[in-house]
Write a protein that binds this ligand. Structure first.
Ligand SMILES: [Zn+2]
Length: 192
């Protein structure tokens, strides 16, 4: 899947988790960090791709991306596209968040939002022909539906014309159907 689809998928999955969870008071900074780290989690697995947006933003991006790709991560759709990758990055993020030493940020929610974004990436990539090695060190790539021919190609017209618009429409329905819930959250549960 392309980065744009992953961005929208990550926020969609987070939105669903938000709607089905009971409301609790959170600080504005927690709210902002949840969205930020959800989006980072949504594209992070693709740092194993030398052409990933992540690398494009760095100087000397392509050579560095290529070295990290082959030497450290084992090529595209390897360790970062697995549950092991999710656990390792979550541990790293937990460590980094602990350094903040602030009581105003709900670190659990930030971590949870990151994991949802990351998981959404693995789920969306599972729907492509290439599949995802969910169970590394078992390197077999798995996908849904299990028959490869029925899955889509990354960047294909199906992704751009069906999958991405469907996610956007789903988000609009989610917002309109839960409008008073969302309004209640912003009015009564978002604190300083
Ligand atoms: Zn990917």
């Amino acid at each position: 899947m392309t980065a744009r689809t992953h961005d929208v998928a990550a926020i969609t999955f987070l939105g669903v988790a938000f709607i089905v969870s009971p409301l609790e008071k959170i600080s504005l900074i927690t709210f902002v960090l949840c969205i930020l780290f959800n989006q980072i989690g949504g594209v992070l697995p693709d740092i194993d791709q030398p052409t990933a947006p992540f690398w494009k933003n760095l100087p000397m991006s392509r050579p560095i991306g290529r070295v990290v790709d082959k030497a450290l991560l084992g090529g595209h759709r390897f360790i970062t596209h697995s549950l092991l990758g999710l656990v390792l990055f979550s541990l790293l993020l937990t460590f980094l968040l602990r350094l903040l030493k602030t009581t105003n940020i709900n670190l659990h929610l930030v971590l949870f939002s990151f994991m949802i974004g990351y998981l959404s990436h693995l789920i969306m990539d599972s729907m492509t022909k290439e599949g995802v090695p969910w169970l590394i060190p078992i390197t077999k790539k798995l996908g849904f539906p299990p028959i490869k021919r029925l899955r889509m190609t990354t960047g294909s017209i199906i992704e751009h014309m069906i999958v991405l618009p469907s996610l956007v429409v789903f988000d609009l329905i989610l917002i309109t159907q839960n409008y008073s819930f969302i309004l209640n959250f912003f009015k009564n549960y978002l604190v300083r």
